[in-house]
Ligand binder design. Structure first.
Ligand SMILES: [Zn+2]
Length: 58
């Protein structure tokens, strides 16, 4: 699969993925699957970006 690194939706998806991963790595509640007030919008943004990206692929 070719990586369309110039696709802004993919870049947003990767940025959101990185932000969510970095937060979860440092946050116990989020590691337990109970997003904290800080992590909740970060995880939501990731899911939104992921859905937008996956929607583009169909
Ligand atoms: Zn958290």
């Amino acid at each position: 699969m070719t990586m369309p690194v110039s696709d802004p939706q993919f870049i947003a998806y990767m940025a959101a993925f990185r932000a969510a991963t970095e937060h979860t790595a440092a946050c116990e509640p989020c590691q337990d699957g109970q997003p904290c007030p800080v992590g909740d919008p970060i995880h939501r943004a990731f899911l939104t970006a992921k859905a937008a990206w996956e929607g583009e692929q169909k």
